[in-house]
Design a protein around this ligand. Sequence first.
Ligand code: AMP
Length: 384
Amino acid sequence: MKKEWIAPGKTIGILGGGQLGRMMALSAREMGYRVAVLEPTPDSPCGQVSDNQVEAEYDDLEGAKKFVELCDVLTYEFENIDANTATWLEKQVYLPQGSDLLEITQNRIHEKQAIKSFQVPVVRYRALETANELQKAREALGLPAVLKTTRGGYDGKGQQVIRTNNDIAKAWKEMEGKGPFVLESWVDFDQEISVVVTRSSTGEMTTFPVAENIHVNNILHQSIVPARIPYEIEKQAIDIAKHLAESFHLIGTLAVEMFVTDDQMVYVNELAPRPHNSGHYTINACETSQFEQHIRAICGWPLGKTDLLRPAVMVNILGEHVDEVLEGLSDLPTGHVHLYGKKEARPGRKMGHITFLTDDLEKTLKEINQSPIWKLDNPEEDEA
Ligand code: AMP
């Protein structure tokens, strides 16, 4: 179903009720839209700020039918929506993003093949299914390497780092039965960066400033913007993101996560066909947020400007940080607190984030990193 202009007052249907959906819904409401969400968990972060939540599993056809009756346009907030469901939904209601990119990014091997086919570098890898093939892949790539499931992994879940030959059996024991897999060479990167690119149904395209991302235990901890990288790397990263968006005929938002090595190579690690955690800083620091831009793109509006208004550090608030952040606000630099309305604060669960705007990035980073809340003197040393 094709329908490029979605007038305010119409209903945007969001597949998935997490924080990304919530922040999309908040932008959509500001712009005059109604919002419906399909999500099995009652009172979800997105459901709390939407007009309607249909509580059903994503593969429940009856639930999906009820949902599509409410919606004029569809979007998704996470890429693990069953591709068959997405294909079915696409036939019922306009899904500007389509289901092709969803299918590709759900599968690490398809994703890497697609990126390579557009002449964009990815880390050396081998696809494999058996223990024997793991041995062969290890011989081809050398060690260290990282074994990843092709589907369903996020925040380091579904991954085993193999540093020595002794780790191979252990990694296989952990992963057996979860295949197919991909073995990737370990990249001794200098930095991890990301670019959020948006392309509208009219073909207009923007990128947000490059974020430098610090991960702790494989979970994004901080995004620092502007990224502390040379101009040539910044340009290369933006060009890669735009080239991928064009090549995939993107409509909506694509986050491109990349590794930068000391020989100034940029490799694409992963794609997310939606707004991304490393783009949360845009809400407070850019002229237009990634969420507003996404809604603009899928509803056929002209895209907003993406200029960085002030340098920013975004820090994730995980389950173990929430109470301390709220109690310790007066000891931190002034920041914009965003909480996602999740009831249970489990360790490692993304409960919110805080964005600090600053004219002195290094000073602000020092203040944040010295805070007992995140207990990191030097987060770079703690990288997974
Ligand atoms: P992913 O789920 O692929 O984004 O991986 C999560 C995190 O693990 C990345 O952000 C990196 O910090 C780390 N990582 C993943 N793959 C590699 C790799 N091939 N080399 C080095 N670090 C990696």
